[in-house]
Write a protein that binds this ligand. Structure first.
Ligand SMILES: [Fe+2]
Length: 392
């Protein structure tokens, strides 16, 4: 009973606080720069008094609801810009001697558009999509049929992608009950300090067999040795120009005559890929999956002249274009072969390649038309390994 009385007292105060914060938000939206454009000092001070707590409260909410901080800051920067722009339009409207009520309507409509677009930007970094694909491999022993192989690329822990988001991704991956996890690089962006989070996040992966990685260009830029240490501490096996063999009874060995080979090459752009070393001693009767961060590796001279067997190269790097503008297409592809290796199954000159959109983002924490992705291959031992379906 006492609790109900307290609630009755507290609720109206909370309602007023929320209303005040909303007014502060709206004022900033409309005015651009807090309070500076109001006609008298008293009004300026009053506007600022309402706006300031709104800003602080929203900052607190952004932090605690795991909104990406750079995105949030970008939204506020856009708000200021929109506010100034809108003021300029209003002034122009007034000089044209337009009836006031029409100006107000346009003003309110514009405010709505700005609010809606800012909401869109805040929510522009979506949850990863799950792409499920069958992967028929010639010579796959029956004991390995049904194996679930998760492909998870371009985590890009950094200013644009926070640790909590990646922990959610890892939970999703574990929910897929993976047997093998393939991580073809770009674990961080902008600073080697983020490798500690990479260790923390990846050590929560729970494959039934093991996780494997290669390095990407960003890992090299921030420190290949730090990247290797981070992966090793997380229990991830680095396939840096080397391979490992999975036997029919699902044990990892150095080589074998029957089973599955997992090989990896160093990054094409920033590392030193060595395909000969990566595939040394691998039997041509063993189906082989090759990890290479950069899909362009499939077109390199070492790949073209290789006589080794590769059933599928798995890559990331392109982010599927990351930002695909309507009528324009992807802003960048990250490939020297135009849009050929932007996303999905591609037939390379020597072997098929699958390029995933990956998880993270470069430069801006934005994904438009190219959502983050986790891929799950289910292996089977079908005879015709060339029939690789398009992702649906
Ligand atoms: Fe990347």
């Amino acid at each position: 009973m006492a609790g109900m009385t307290l609630l009755r007292k507290v609720l109206p105060a909370l309602g007023w606080a929320v209303a005040l914060l909303l007014v502060g938000r709206l004022l900033l939206l409309v005015q651009g720069v807090p309070g500076l454009l109001w006609p008298t000092l008293l009004l300026r001070m009053a506007a600022l008094a309402v706006i300031a707590p709104a800003l602080v409260a929203e900052f607190w909410v952004a932090l605690h609801l795991n909104v990406h901080l750079p995105t949030w800051l970008l939204v506020w920067a856009l708000m200021l810009l929109y506010g100034r722009l809108w003021l300029a339009i209003r002034r122009l409207w007034e000089t044209l001697d337009t009836p006031t009520h029409l100006g107000r309507r346009a003003f309110l409509a514009g405010t709505g558009v700005v609010a809606a677009s800012s909401y869109g930007v805040v929510n522009s970094y979506p949850d990863p999509e799950i792409t499920r694909l069958p992967l028929p491999l010639q010579d796959l022993p029956p004991g390995l049929a049904g194996l679930r192989v998760v492909l998870l690329s371009d985590l890009h822990r950094g200013p644009a992608i926070n640790r909590a988001y990646l922990e959610q991704v890892v939970k999703k991956v574990n929910g897929l009950r993976p047997d093998l996890i393939l991580l073809p690089g770009d674990f961080v962006s902008k600073s080697s300090a983020y490798f500690a989070d990479v260790t923390a996040v990846l050590s929560k992966l729970r494959p039934t067999i093991a996780s494997f990685a290669t390095l990407g260009n960003h890992d090299h830029w921030e420190g290949a040795e730090a990247a290797q240490r981070a992966l090793s501490r997380a229990g991830v096996l680095l396939l840096q120009n080397r391979s490992i063999h999975l036997t029919e009874d699902r044990r990892l060995t150095m080589a074998g005559a029957r089973g599955l080979c997992l090989a990896g090459v160093d990054d094409l752009g920033a590392g030193q890929p060595d395909l000969v070393a990566a595939l040394a001693g691998v039997s041509p009767r063993v189906p082989t999956i090759l990890l290479s961060h950069n899909p362009d590796f499939a077109e390199q001279p070492s790949a073209l002249k290789s006589g080794s067997r590769v059933d599928l190269q798995v890559s990331g790097h392109t982010h599927g274009g990351q930002v695909i503008l309507p009528g324009i297409g992807p802003v960048v592809s990250g490939s020297h072969f135009g849009l050929k290796y932007l996303y999905g199954h591609v037939q390379g000159p020597r072997w098929p390649v699958f390029v995933t959109r990956g998880i993270g983002a470069s430069v801006l924490p934005l994904r438009i038309g190219s959502p983050p992705e986790i891929v799950v291959f289910e292996l089977s031992g079908q005879d015709d390994s060339s029939r690789l379906p398009e992702p649906g």
